[in-house]
Design a protein around this ligand. Structure first.
Ligand code: LLP
Length: 477
């Protein structure tokens, strides 16, 4: 029997996954991965795999990552830049959204570069085989070790502040005097300068970075000083400028404004003789977490950015830069769901019913951190009528550990499989072992194949780094 699109209805009566009305559905506009289907058992199927069967096989909670959705989003970014931008462009995946070997490898195989923000993310990217010349190291307090690793690998450094500029000059001087690294010394360090554009956008305060009162980047007031300093440093090759205004943004205006501001900076840099040929406009395109979210498509976002840069370059009389963008959430967010086993229920008469799941704030800290709202469905009862209005409670010892405050689900029983949608971005990467819960496994699904990409942590993993001082060992035990 042929599987059909998921018919589950949301509160407003619209389908979670409409029959696509376009040949190129933009994944960030859908709640479920593009391959989601209702199969012959009335079960949710993703990447050709029955979700309930995956849970039987790999346990729960389980991150289920759909390769086709991730690859489609990568290609849509790349194709849109080729369509709208006559100059050179590069899309780099902001891997803080989800960094692990398999994700880095998939994204790199689509021709994207990588944005990393720590030695750990950088190490993982290199281990995954991502070419170093497509890796950009970010961070507002990079250690000397992190900088040295990135420099020796041949990555580009996105410099955030004065302290870091000085550290880089010192690293270059060190390598010049060291006999072992003559080649590193011979080549100046490739850098971009991160600036704070002073652009406000409507998103949660914690995920806003472009306003002037921000810990990230140089203040634009210091632009002349920074350009003058950098132009005097033969060890530094300043090839570009960077800005990022925030995350989960739906308005196109903010990014359009950013293009104008950045091209003004670019024009100024040329006065200092800096060889600036790259503008990195950051990431930020939002995704649909609920039926009321209405983000622009990847194509629309790229179009606005490209047109803004082209127009501003014409006005300022500067050549088109190599245009870099750094999407994270809109690439990986919609490609993943989290599957949980449902546990017991508690009804507080006249108030609400709590239905528990076997995970919560340790595998998805976003609801408790940002009051993020998610939608869920029951994977093994896909067409059952949504008769219950319940709270989905996590299993952590914390009252605020509520995955979804108000979910519309069918009547369920313990053991049913609840799927929370849109969990690819900043869920695994912000996961923790709170209450000593082992982190979940993750599988990459594609055309009926499910490959383990993150092994489930075990209780042994939890005590692996523990050390028991000799004097605390119980001899009588
Ligand atoms: N570039 C830079 C410099 C960034 O700081 C970020 C995200 C991105 C790119 C990617 O932005 P995206 O396309 O994913 O919006 N943990 C928060 C999000 C923090 C975003 C941090 N920076 C959350 O769960 O919503």
């Amino acid at each position: 029997m042929v599987s059909t699109p998921v018919p589950a209805l949301d509160n407003s009566g619209r389908q979670y996954l409409p029959n696509f009305d376009t040949a190129t559905p933009s994944p960030n506009q859908y709640l479920l991965p593009l391959t989601a289907r209702n199969n012959e058992h009335d079960h949710l199927e993703i990447g050709g795999c029955d979700v309930a069967t995956l849970v039987e096989q790999f346990g729960s909670p389980l991150y289920i990552l759909d390769e086709e959705t991730l690859r489609t989003a990568c290609r849509q970014y790349r194709d849109a830049f080729s369509k709208y931008y006559p100059g050179e462009s590069l899309v780099i995946y902001a891997s803080k959204a989800w960094n692990c070997l398999a994700v880095c490898a998939v994204v790199a195989s689509e021709g994207l570069g990588l944005d990393v923000v720590s030695g750990g993310e950088l190490y993982t990217a290199l281990q995954a085989g991502v070419p170093a010349d497509t890796i950009y190291l970010h961070g507002n307090n990079k250690s000397v070790e992190e900088l040295a690793l990135a420099v020796s690998a041949g990555c580009t450094i996105v410099v955030d502040n004065w302290h870091e500029l000085q550290n880089l000059v010192a690293i270059a001087a060190d390598s010049e005097t060291s006999e072992t690294s003559e080649t590193a010394a011979a080549q100046p360090i490739r850098i971009l300068l991160r600036l704070t554009p002073g652009i406000e956008c409507h998103t949660h305060e914690y995920i806003r970075t472009g306003h002037l009162d921000s810990k990230f980047g140089f203040d634009p007031e210091q632009l002349d000083e920074v350009f003058a300093y950098v132009s005097q440093q033969p060890a530094l090759l300043c090839v570009g400028l960077h800005a990022h205004i925030g995350s989960q943004i739906f308005e196109l205006q903010a990014h359009q404004d950013l293009t104008g501001v950045m091209v003004q900076w670019l024009a100024k840099a040329t006065q200092y003789g800096l060889p600036i040929s790259e503008l990195d406009i950051g990431g930020g395109l939002g995704i649909r977490y609920t039926e009321s979210d209405d983000p622009p498509s990847i194509d629309e976002w790229v179009k606005v950015v490209c047109e803004g840069i082209i127009r501003a370059c014409e006005q300022q009389g500067v050549a088109l830069p190599r245009l870099i963008s750094e999407p994270g959430r809109s690439l990986i967010g919609p490609a993943c769901v989290t599957a949980y086993r449902m546990g017991g229920q508690k009804t507080v008469p006249g108030i609400r019913t709590y239905v528990t799941v076997d995970g919560g704030m340790s595998d998805n800290p976003r609801p408790i951190t940002y009051q993020s709202v998610y939608r869920a469905l029951v994977a093994n009862k896909l067409s059952a009528p949504l008769t219950e209005s319940v709270a989905i409670a996590g299993k952590h010892c914390e009252s605020g550990d509520i995955v979804i405050k108000q979910a519309q689900i069918p009547a369920t029983q313990p053991g049913d499989v609840l799927v929370v949608m849109g969990t690819g971005a900043y869920n695994y990467s912000m996961s923790s072992n709170y209450n000593r819960l082992p982190r979940p496994a993750a599988v990459l699904v594609n055309q009926g194949d499910a490959s383990l990409i993150l092994q489930r942590e075990t209780v042994e993993d939890l005590t692996r780094q523990d050390r028991l001082p000799e004097r605390l060992i119980r001899r009588d035990a």
